[in-house]
Write a protein that binds this ligand. Structure first.
Ligand code: NAP
Length: 324
């Protein structure tokens, strides 16, 4: 299948970690007509602005990587902001894309859409089978609504208007453009900062919360971008072979997970920290395991290519750049 490299592709959230990686991937593939707007230029929660943008620009495709994103603290402290902003962003972008004649759109969700006690690895059909993790339930509900919104437009307008809106659910991501905030960041960027500061300050020990035994899966963000573009470019019959009208989302994982203890050792290596690593079992561990079943994506023909050691070295280089 030949791909038109001049299609007008709007990447919403292009300054974010995932959106910027999608732009890199599209540019690398030779796409020449990538449309972006900063949050300051226009606010995706504002319906009139989004409507005017789609009427004026008429993009051919949309990658929806703009969202209000945060860790446990932010989700717990600002639940109203998380549910409101995300519902507004996705409702505006998906509906105005439809009205503006966009036939192909990719919605980015998250593994938190799955029930807290979903069987591991979590497969796509675990969606809506149980209670969500309460700390980020409002965020997860908005992501579930986004998937259902895409599905509903496909079901109502797929035949008549050629609408083909898809969704991908990434596991934990890391890499260039991550948020390295000391309190409000995910485990990899938070530990990169801690190991770096321990190395620079010659600290004899880094203490990590919990037992180190929980298992987590991590995917390098450029792999996520590659998977997003891959899924978007699949022909409809191939995409439909692994999805159904009311279960249209595809998981994107690395394929295997590591313990927090293994992650800590890999991070010490990546950052050059040579002191001790210890664990504080009096602190909570969280779920014993969170691992995506990426079998459908692999049947479609995609596999991650950046291993954890390589990805962490690249992520650490990005962190060092952010200090300059
Ligand atoms: N990071 C992960 O580990 C992870 C894992 C699974 C899924 N995801 C999903 O991937 C997507 C992107 O996440 P990310 O990590 O790239 O997040 P990010 O780095 O925070 O990027 C989000 C982008 O959206 C923009 N944005 C937010 N609100 C906006 C608004 N009202 N109007 C216009 N732009 C707005 C932000 O701009 P400002 O910064 O200027 O507000 C930012 O550029 C999200 O849907 C997220 O759920 C991420």
């Amino acid at each position: 299948m030949s791909i038109d490299l001049n299609q007008k592709i709007y990447v919403a959230g292009h300054r974010g970690m995932v959106g910027s990686a999608i732009v890199r991937n599209l540019q690398h593939k030779g796409f020449t007509n990538i449309l972006t707007r900063t949050h300051a230029q226009f606010d995706l929660t504002n319906q009139a602005q989004v409507q005017a943008f789609f009427e004026q620009e008429k993009p051919d495709q949309v990658y929806l990587a703009a969202a209000r994103v945060g860790g446990i603290y932010a989700n717990n402290t600002f639940p109203a902001d998380f549910i409101y902003s995300n519902l507004m962003i996705q409702n505006n972008v998906i509906h105005q894309a439809f009205l503006g004649g966009v036939k192909k759109l990719l919605f980015l969700g998250s593994s938190c859409i799955y029930p807290k006690l979903a069987p591991q690895p979590m497969s796509e059909d675990a969606l809506l089978t149980g209670k969500l993790e309460p700390t980020n339930e409002p965020y997860a509900i908005s992501k579930i609504a986004g998937i259902k919104m895409c599905e509903s437009y496909n079901r109502q307008y797929g035949q008549s208007h050629g609408i083909d809106y898809r969704s991908v659910m990434p596991t934990n991501l890391y890499g260039p453009g991550d948020n390295y905030h000391p309190e409000n960041s995910h485990v990899i960027p938070a530990l990169i900062r801690r190991f770096h500061e321990a190395k620079v300050g010659n600290a004899p020990e880094v203490v990590i919360w919990g037992t180190g035994a929980p298992r987590r899966e991590f995917l390098y963000v450029d792999d996520m971008a590659a998977a997003s573009v891959f899924v978007m470019q699949l022909d409809k019959a191939t995409y439909d072979s692994q999805t159904s009208p009311m279960q249209s989302h595809i998981n994107v994982g690395y394929g295997s997970d590591v313990t927090i203890s293994e992650l800590a050792k890999a991070l010490a290596k990546a950052t050059g920290y040579q002191g001790n690593i210890s664990f504080d079992p009096s602190k909570p561990d969280g779920s014993p395991r969170k691992w995506m079943d990426s079998g459908r994506l692999s049947k479609l023909g995609w596999q991650a290519s950046v291993d954890l050691d390589t990805g962490l070295a690249l992520a650490y280089a990005d962190f060092q750049k952010s200090l300059r």
